[in-house]
Design a protein around this ligand. Structure first.
Ligand code: ADP
Ligand code: ZN
Length: 640
């Protein structure tokens, strides 16, 4: 069935995890090699580029780090006319434009942050048809007469980056994105390609409909990020847990997400006091300081940024080696996007979530309050939105508390499927066997659940844990809970362990909590069945926090230099990193725009002696050899 406004009924779905079988025209292949230094393509890049060259509408859904940029940048190099890329954030555009300029491509951006002189010169270049790629914000695209100016300048293709911003269902809804559809309908002859990393089927449909995509090619890549190792752990002593992660990644970049601004400030200060080069980032900080801190992170002058979720979109540092969540994120989409900022360069990275079921209530209260405020202000009922938010939150808790392979769960959540070896993915706490099942989960669960019942389902987790461990507290005595048959039933365990099991029972929804200021535990139907011994249950011990995780990996090892690489290679790698930092500072660009770690590792390994050999290194294009070849070749020669 075809749908006039371009519904998703008419799209072709290609899902592949294999190396791309499709080929691209030789001219494009050559341009990609010379400009970006890539000799091969990643999955679906060829299909996306071919669609772009054919002028076909497309919706491309590829995981973070899968290489979406090349899909539209490649064709823009060889196709006549101008490619305009709509992007939601200035920092995102700047990185992309700077990267392209660094590779010798005629690219520019047009944003409100530029000086008027700068803007004028971009418009002059536009008029002279001197640009191949232009980045703009949606607001700019919608300005009266601007689209006509672009048509005049030879516009041949429109790319919508971060296209999920168009959807209400997405997590970054931007009203201006909606209006792009209007332009599309006015000028239907300009092909549109939409790109996004996180798109559930509902979001996908929304994008196709809102942009009125015509018979679009839908390309959906695998959502799996095999280079990420996921670990979910109950939060205990936050500082030492976070330090544990940081110390596994010495001198490497990491992001720590906190829920509240206050938590950000506190943790950043504590880490700094421990000698970690960490800075805070949140929306309450003042634009200047925020910008400085972000830049220091991007310029590799600090390793760790502690932030609220305000930090993220537009952070293109591709060598982030770990992302820590200091509390439960709002939903699985958010989790996937935030944790996905690790390892964009394709090298190994770690995502650690430290959570507690208490986070669920924190969020729930926040969401309920803001829904009430919105309702009071607008007079509209938003209860369905609130329900949807709470459902997403429950899913997140379920995910965290569950014991299904993290990779598998995430992929399936986004509608994909993941073939697995019998021994699992090898990159999550579940498959790595770091979640140690306890010996008698059934009995422990029964003790906890019956204690909840004995306490008349009128108490919270703290009290239940106290009763079970036989604590002699005022609250326990006053309630007469020291007289219960369940008092002291888990005497040999401490409160943290018991809370951990309660969290797991909540995650599996055998236990639930009431609404309100003092949330109390009660049994679900499945909880009743577990208590009666009619349903199986698994419970896990507290993870051994640092020992279970892999030992330290140096940047060099991660970048592919083998563990037994001789010392001179490692020394050279570090020298090249230092050179990169110096050059980046001189040029005022972030170091990863010069070369990424993988390219540096290959340089250290293969030690090119001349420009020709230099060009054979992955990630090195013509322009980079011209501009940087001499410096890097000299450094390599000096290290002989
Ligand atoms: P996305 O936008 O999908 O998150 P990017 O376009 O930023 O991902 O690409 C992620 C990384 O992969 C970048 O460092 C990019 O240079 C690299 N990359 C993209 N395509 C290729 C390729 N065909 N071969 C090697 N590296 C690639
Ligand atoms: Zn796994």
């Amino acid at each position: 069935m075809k749908c006039d406004r371009g519904g998703v009924q008419s799209v072709t779905v290609i899902v592949t995890t294999e190396d791309s079988p499709a080929t691209i025209p030789p001219q494009l292949q050559e341009a990609v090699r010379r400009t970006f230094g890539y000799a091969s393509l990643r999955p679906l890049q060829a299909e996306a580029m071919n669609a772009a060259l054919a002028g076909r509408d497309a919706l491309v859904v590829l995981a973070t780090g899968a290489g979406k940029s090349l899909c539209y940048q490649g064709p823009a190099l060889v196709r006549p006319g101008l490619t305009v890329v709509v992007s939601p954030l200035i920092s995102l555009m700047k990185d992309q434009a700077d990267g392209l300029i660094g590779n010798g491509v005629a690219a520019a951006m047009l944003t409100s942050a530029q000086q008027s002189g700068e803007r004028r010169s971009v418009r002059e270049r536009l008029a002279e048809r001197d640009l191949r790629i232009l980045f703009v914000a949606p607001e700019r695209l919608l300005m009266e007469g601007f689209f006509e100016e672009l048509l005049e300048a030879g516009l041949s293709s429109l790319v919508i980056d971060e296209a999920h911003c168009i959807s209400h269902w997405g997590h970054d809804f931007r009203p201006e994105y909606r209006q792009i559809g209007e332009l599309r309908r006015r000028y239907p002859h300009i092909p549109v390609q939409a790109y996004t990393a996180t798109a559930t089927p509902a979001v996908r449909e929304d994008i196709a409909r809102e942009l009125s995509l015509k018979d679009p090619l839908l390309l959906v890549g695998s959502f799996d990020r095999p280079n990420l190792t996921y670990r979910f752990q109950p939060r205990g002593d936050l500082l030492s847990q976070v330090l544990g992660v940081i110390r596994r990644h010495p001198d490497q970049a990491g992001i720590v997400y906190c829920l509240r601004r206050k938590d950000v400030d506190e943790l950043a200060a504590q880490l700094a006091a421990e000698g970690v080069r960490a800075l805070p980032y949140h929306a309450g900080m003042g634009a200047e300081l925020r910008k400085t801190n972000q830049e220091r992170f991007l310029q590799e002058r600090i390793e760790v940024i502690v932030a609220t979720v305000a930090f993220g979109m537009g952070i293109d540092r591709s060598d982030v080696r770990y992302v820590v969540h200091a509390s439960l994120p709002k939903g699985i989409e958010q989790y996937s996007q935030e944790s996905g900022r690790a390892g964009r360069d394709g090298l190994e990275a770690e995502c650690v979530m430290l959570y507690s079921a208490a986070d669920y209530h924190g969020w729930k209260n926040l969401m309920t309050r803001s829904a009430e405020e919105a309702a009071a202000a607008g007079g509209t009922t938003v209860s369905s939105e609130l329900d949807a938010s709470l459902a997403r939150l429950s899913q997140m808790l379920f995910f965290a508390g569950g014991a299904v392979c993290r990779h598998k769960f995430l992929v399936e959540h986004f509608g994909g499927s993941l073939e697995q070896r019998a021994d699992g993915c090898g990159a999550c706490d579940v498959c790595l066997g770091e979640m140690r099942p306890i010996d008698d989960p059934k009995i422990v669960a029964q003790k906890i659940l019956s204690c909840v019942v004995r306490c008349e389902q009128r108490y919270g987790a703290a009290q239940i844990a106290d009763v079970l461990r036989g604590a002699n507290t005022e609250r326990v005595r006053r309630a007469g809970h020291d007289q219960l048959s369940t008092y002291g039933l888990l005497r040999q365990h401490d409160a943290r362990e018991i809370r951990h099991w309660i969290d797991q029972l909540l995650g599996m929804e055998h236990l639930r909590v009431t609404d309100g200021q003092y949330p109390t535990l009660f049994l679900s139907q499945s909880g009743v069945e577990v208590m009666r011994g009619e349903r199986a249950v698994a419970l896990y011990a507290l993870p051994k926090l640092t020992k279970a995780a892999k030992s330290r990996t140096s940047a060099a090892a991660l970048a592919g230099l083998s563990a037994d690489a001789d010392a001179t290679k490692l020394v050279l790698f570090e020298r090249l990193r230092a050179l990169r930092r110096r050059l980046a500072q001189e040029k005022g660009v972030p170091p990863y725009l010069i070369f990424n770690d993988r390219t540096l590792a290959e340089l250290a390994e293969r030690r090119p002696k001349n420009a020709e050999e230099f060009l054979r290194i992955r990630g090195v294009g013509d322009r980079k050899v011209q501009e940087l070849g001499e410096c890097f070749l000299a450094e390599i020669a000096a290290a002989e």
